[in-house]
Design a protein around this ligand. Structure first.
Ligand code: RB5
Length: 145
């Protein structure tokens, strides 16, 4: 069964989200595009919460969130229990976010990185695996209290 990947962005991430949607649609992933669908100004928390709910309910296995910097959208997503959103600016961070942090949401800055680098980051995020062991204990200590 293909992994279900939800995408969501605000206006600052719209162009990069469209570019990633096109490249991911050529792969084996099932893509769920939660918007936004135009460059009209929207509030990034609304999109972040919608994507986080898709993770919480199991509608999506992983998510990719994009705003201008990736900062606001990661802050909002991380308010949800069970969501571990990682803002990454290079492929190494993306790999480690999976291996050590079991991140289930990747956050990107559409005004920070270009589409080529974003594709490399996404590839690492979607293919690297959580290593478990001592890292499970540590991520248990992250949960909301
Ligand atoms: C929107 O202008 C911008 O604030 C948003 O995309 C994001 O960068 C917030 O963190």
């Amino acid at each position: 069964m293909p992994q279900k990947i939800a995408l969501a962005c605000d206006h600052g991430g719209f162009e990069l989200k469209e570019s990633l949607r096109r490249s991911l649609s050529r792969s084996d992933y099932e893509i769920i595009d939660l918007g936004t669908h135009t460059t009209d100004s929207v509030d990034y928390p609304d999109l972040a919460h919608e994507l986080a709910r898709a993770i919480e309910t199991g509608q999506a296995d992983k998510g990719i969130l994009i705003c201008g910097t990736g900062i606001g959208i990661s802050m909002a997503a991380n308010r949800h229990r069970g969501v571990r959103a990682a803002l990454c600016t290079d492929p190494y961070m993306a790999k480690m976010s999976r291996e050590h942090n079991d991140a289930n949401v990747l956050c990107l800055g559409g005004r920070v990185i270009g589409p080529g680098l974003a594709e490399d980051i996404v590839r690492e995020f979607l293919t690297a695996s959580f290593q478990g062991g001592r890292h499970s204990r540590r991520i248990d200590k992250i949960e909301l209290r």
